[in-house]
Write a new protein. Sequence first.
Length: 281
Amino acid sequence: MIRYIIKFCLGIILIIVGCYFVSDNLQPEIIGAGILLLVDLLILDIFYDIITNWKRVFLVIKCKYLSINNHYIRFSMSYLYRIKVKDKYLLVKSSNFPHYQLVGGKYKRLKGTQSLLRKEFEAKDDAKLATSGLMKHDYALYVPAKNAIKFLDWFNAKQDREISHWREFYEELIAGKGEILSRENFPYVNYNYVGTVTTPVKRTPGWDTYEILQYDILDLIPTPKQEKELEELLEKGDTEYIKWADVELINSLGHCKREQKQLYKIGEHTKWALNVKWSKE
């Protein structure tokens, strides 16, 4: 953004100087140089940015707009497991919000990453949630809008950061928040990467801040023993901590059409993960 401003100002200055402060002999060269700078800015620089980012052109434009007033964007970078047994998906109770969601959570900032985030992206901790920011070093942080695209590109390159998805599975289902599955049958898990859902820049309700949420979606591939244990868990039914929901219930965010009432709240990102697509609700 600074590069654009410098080129624009220099181009205007050269045109003004050429028009009013130089001799007739130098006037065409000075004015021409100013016009070339503006053409270079408008056509080459900006057009190049749009072409190279055509799939996210609106995101690029929004970030550049927000950077004019030095806005920060809150990023939350997570992964979610789609654990399907028969026709239902396993949901767990959120620690931070009054809803149920797919198993998973935010990636963690490992040792050595903090200095990189501050130096390269001017990132700041998010202290809004009790389980994030300085307390757990989750990837819930604020990045200046001018560095937002660069941060996304770095994160999605998967270098110098956590890429394992075992930690949240273990904490939410085996030991930690809930001891739901056995260590004997779940010493590890296999899964397929399905895709990534990234929201547009949007306002966080009640927080007065801009944010981008990103979720890597994973499909659990259970072993025969794991599949049997999951089927037994399904037969036990819902509890306060876990729920089993079908596609219709997830897409309605917990509202049951048959009973014509909301059984419980389901986080909207669970719907996005199911469909591998962001939607407004």
